[in-house]
Every structure is written in C-alpha cells, then in structure tokens.
Design a protein around this ligand. Structure first.
Ligand code: NAP
Length: 320
C-alpha cells in the first residue's frame, strides 16, 4: 500500500527535471488504511503530492526500528495509526497502550531524528465530558476510558519527544465513506426496523473525515506554531439530533429516530457526555476553523458518502 509520485514517474524523465510533486514536501501516512487515512490519501493524491502511505501490514508503529527507517527521507509525517476499538480497550488496555502511546512516541522520536514534522491525530476522549462549554486546546487531561488514557499518554509522548515539530490534532465523532461509523450503523439499523433509539444526553461535534483531511493539509502547509489543535466540524449537537439530521438529508423520516438516554446504552467504556472542542488555536494560527457540522453533513450526503450503505440497506425505507 505504499507508493510515491516520484516512484511512479516514467523512467525516461530526466533526473534534473523533477516533477512538481518531487519538488514539494515528502509526506508519510501511518495507519493509512483506516477511515481517515484513506481520505487523507485521496486529498494528497488530488494535489499530486509525493506520499508514502503505509497500512499496518507495511509498518507497525510499535516497532521503533522499522518506524525510524520508514520515516527517514520524509518532511511531514501524519500519524494516524491507532488502536480505535474503544470498548475492547477496557479489557486490552496494554495492547491499546502499545499502539496509541508507545507507537505514537516512536513516530514522534523518528520524526525528530529525521528533521520531519509530525502531525499526530488524537481524540476528544482525552476529556471526561463534565465541561459545559467547549474544551480549550490546553484543558487538562481527564480521560474516562482506557482508550482515552492511552491516547492522552500518546499526546504527552509526542509533544515531549518532538516539542519543536509536533502537532497534536484532536478530532471526534468521525464519519466518512470508509470503515464503520455511526451514520452507517444507523442506516443499517433503520433498514431493518421502523425506528431507531438514539441518546439525547451525549453532545459533541459530528465530523466528516474529508474535512479533517483538508484541515490536516492546511496545517501542514501553514507556518502555525507546534502544539495542540482541534479538527472538528463547528457547532455541537446530540447523537439524537445528528441522526435526525442524517435521516433528513437522505429522505428518511426523522420521526423514525426515537429519543433515549445513556442509561439504556451501557457499554464497557464510558463515553464523555459533553466533548465539544474549542477552535481558538486555528484563529491564532491564521487558519479558518472547520465549517459547521450540518454543512459538512449535507456535503457528505450530496457527495455520496452514505450511498452504498443506503442502497444496500435502506432503499425500502425512503419516504419518496
Ligand atoms: N473514528 C472516530 O470517531 C475518531 C474520533 C476521534 C479520534 N479518532 C482518531 O483518529 C485517528 C484515525 O482514526 P480512524 O477512525 O481512521 O481509525 P481506524 O479506521 O481504526 O484507523 C486506524 C488505523 O491504524 C491501524 N493500526 C492499528 N494498529 C497499528 C499499528 N500497531 N501500527 C500501524 N497501524 C496500526 C489500523 O489497522 P487495523 O485496522 O489493521 O487494526 C487502522 O488501519 C486515530 O488516531 C483515532 O484515535 C477517531
């Protein structure tokens, strides 16, 4: 799953006439086969960038020597490799720690050794959700879950290993056309029943992976100060209202979404009740924060993000 634009150039191309991509920064993506990684690959491909995209089978970030070798020769490293099975992490925290904390530290240390910038993706789950206004970038860690603890430790290690060249970018409530995610689950459920019950008491920022990928590139292109940034679509909503909006976008009756609360959906890992992230660091860096979640949802629907799922599972439930 790796390949660079430079490698793909015709063999006859003179060495003295590098392609525009070869003259630009060399990017590396770890965890490149994941939901966000695939959209980041697409965003980089669209600009003809020189990118090495490594899935887990190409590069295991827990292998420090392999990471050092892989990072060498790159200018910007996007660390998207992560143990993301939030509930499983309660039982297998050490496995999550290996990837999310030790692995992240390995990538940051290799980036420092190579003189590269690291853009490390993290999560709203580093907070406990007891706030009532958006979490600023410098809010203290307060994870509720094993996954959140391992991601918080990953952030610490990344910032400690490479203070002059590390960007920690937290995102949340991701959905996109790849992998499994909440909207796809809702669409599968409603295809087989009359209603879905969704919690009204958890608030956050539904965020489209395509928008995160674009924001990561804006950050990589910028002269922003290293540190912590929040890459979530703006505004906030509950899972309940988000599901209603999703159904509305796709022509499904929003009344098919029934309200419930978290006491009816107890899962192994506790979730923060309010994990809305503040966006002040973007303004300080002269970068526009990401658009509102409703606009992003509309753009995602129009571009066919939910198309396959809906055609396969939902066509009998549409209103028209
Ligand atoms: N999804 C969300 O709602 C959400 C919310 C907040 C933050 N985030 C963060 O966003 C980032 C991307 O998440 P995502 O949703 O795209 O997750 P994802 O689809 O699970 O992608 C993560 C990728 O990392 C790979 N990986 C796991 N262990 C690895 C290892 N030891 N070495 C190298 N690669 C490894 C996974 O491979 P396998 O599939 O083979 O295990 C997977 O392809 C992560 O940092 C995540 O914590 C996600």
């Amino acid at each position: 799953m790796s390949g660079t634009a430079a490698e793909a150039a015709p063999a006859t191309q003179p060495a003295q006439a590098p392609s525009p991509a070869a003259a630009g920064p060399r990017y590396l993506i770890t965890g490149a086969s994941g939901m966000l990684g695939l959209d980041l690959q697409a965003a980089l491909a669209a600009r003809g960038a020189d990118v090495t995209a490594l899935g887990r089978s190409d590069l295991d970030v827990t292998d420090a020597d392999a990471v050092l070798r892989a990072v060498a020769g790159h200018d910007v490293v996007f660390n998207l490799a992560a143990y993301t099975r939030v509930d499983d992490a309660e039982e297998f925290e050490h496995e999550a720690f290996d990837v999310n904390a030790i692995g992240a530290g390995n990538v940051a240390s290799a980036a420092r050794e190579s003189g590269a910038t690291i853009i490390h993706v993290s999560t709203d789950y580093v907070f406990d959700g007891s706030a009532t206004s958006p979490y600023p970038e410098d809010a203290p860690y307060s994870p509720l879950s094993a996954y959140g603890r391992t991601k918080a430790e990953g952030e610490r290690r990344v910032l400690h290993e490479h203070p002059s060249g590390a960007f920690v970018v937290r995102t949340a409530w991701l959905y996109g056309s790849n992998g499994s995610n909440f909207p796809k689950t809702m669409l599968k459920l409603i295809a087989g029943r009359d209603t879905v019950s969704v919690v009204t008491d958890q608030f956050g920022q539904p965020t489209w992976t395509v928008d995160v990928a674009a924001q990561l590139l804006r950050l990589a292109d910028s002269h922003a100060e290293p540190g912590i940034y929040h890459a979530t679509n703006s505004g906030d909503t509950s899972w309940f209202a988000f599901t209603q909006a999703l159904f509305g976008e796709l022509g499904i009756d929003p009344d098919k979404v029934q309200p419930t609360d978290s006491s009816q959906f107890v899962r192994p890992a506790p979730r923060p009740a309010y994990s809305v992230l503040g966006h002040d660091a973007w303004s300080r860096a002269g970068i526009e924060p990401m658009r509102r979640w409703g606009e992003a949802l509309h753009a995602a629907a129009v571009s066919g993000t939910f198309g396959d799922t809906w055609q396969r599972f939902g066509s009998s439930s549409t209103r028209s």
